[in-house]
Design a protein around this ligand. Sequence first.
Ligand code: OFO
Length: 172
Amino acid sequence: MLSKNMSTALNRHLNTELYSAHLYLSMSSYASSIGLKGAASWFMVQYQEEMVHFMKFYTYLNSQGEHVSLGPLDAPPGEFKSLLDMYEGTLKHEMFITRCINELTELAVTEKDHATQIFLQWFVTEQIEEEENDREIIGKLKLVGDNGYGLLMIDSELGARVFTPPATGAVA
Ligand code: OFO
């Protein structure tokens, strides 16, 4: 059983995960439109991962007898200055998500809501990986600067990322 506060906060965050999915889908489309097919594929994988995150919150709320309230969502940006700009935006957004997850965890601790604390642990760990990946890519992009060959190499590397669906459709 969730408190009203906890349920409202989890529901708000579920919509933020959906916004994340839209943000990365928009970045995927933009990358594709400027010929960066590897980055387009990387952001599509990121979109798929965000939908998994969204579904984890959806499943958890339903399993606690709550119903989900969707949207409205802000439109994500549709134009970006460069690949570096996209990844800096990604890192900034993920740092915001980390803060949200930390706040949810603090609320669960304050309310002695052990089930929600356990549920959120997966996201605490996930956010470390999300930020680490973005920082690594940003570091490489800064290293190559405007060098076209370097950018194509990074784009090709980004294209190697694959989406791994959760085991047997489990999302919670
Ligand atoms: Fe769901 O972690 Fe990114 O936003």
